[in-house]
Design a protein around this ligand. Structure first.
Ligand SMILES: O=C(O)CCC(=O)C(=O)O
Length: 220
């Protein structure tokens, strides 16, 4: 498999808001060329069609319905092209160790993801999502007061890092729509592919689950 080489350009670090503790947003984290290589790699792999949007799971399967990851859900090591990127995130100080689980989501215009906090017993404290292809708005909603909602623009080739309050006290979602309006300007959505890097906190297996039989929900 082709080895991806990532440049060492210092990324432009920007926080869109100081309102959410633990949220970091970094534009231009990878180059256009790296983005195209990654999209090629992603599109060479099989997609799962059991959610409203297509997904790929690496490292461990994640059971959306039961919200769990157990040792028997291990798929294997991350493929080289994801491992390299995970190592870069670690080297750059965005994650405390090399991630061992990645979920790739594909959003066609009009598709989104419902408001959620990533499974607390399943995944460690830091989660990073890389956007490819299209930008979109990610909404953050405060868990204890749902009227507090903060939209954050995620540009293609940017990463968003969720830890501390951003990870545990704010739900995140991507509204299912075809156009985002950001700072007064309209951005028609195109196909967006996100790569979300996590470290699994294993729960004991309660029953044997094969990766083919993992229940998922069309509602997620
Ligand atoms: O698409 C994204 O950037 C976020 C994905 C996400 O929230 C998830 O997989 O739980």
């Amino acid at each position: 498999m082709e080895q991806l080489v990532f440049s060492f350009q210092s990324p432009q670090e920007k926080d869109p808001t100081d309102a959410i503790e633990g949220l970091k947003y970094i534009e231009n984290y990878i180059s256009e060329k790296e983005q195209n290589e990654l999209l090629k790699q992603v599109d060479n792999q099989p997609w799962r069609n059991d959610l409203k949007r297509r997904v790929q799971h690496y490292g461990f399967m994640y059971d959306y319905k039961a919200r769990k990851v157990t040792p028997d859900m291990r798929i294997g090591h991350l493929p080289e092209w994801l491992k390299t990127l995970g190592q870069k995130l670690h080297r750059d100080g965005y994650v405390p160790s090399n991630p061992d689980q990645v979920i790739i989501n594909e959003y066609e215009p009009g598709q989104g993801i419902t408001s959620h906090i990533d499974c607390e017993p399943c995944f460690a404290d830091t989660i990073v999502s890389l956007s490819l292809g299209s930008g979109c708005i990610m909404d953050f909603t405060y868990k204890h007061d749902k009227t507090q909602k903060i939209p954050v623009w995620l540009a293609p080739r940017s990463i968003v890092v969720l830890k501390d309050e951003a990870r545990y006290k704010w739900l995140h979602s991507i509204p299912a729509r075809k156009v985002d309006v950001w700072k007064g300007q309209s951005y028609p959505r195109q196909r967006r592919v996100s790569l979300t890097f996590r470290e699994v906190k294993l729960m004991p297996s309660s029953r044997a689950v094969s990766s083919q039989s993992i229940p998922v929900t069309k509602r997620f």
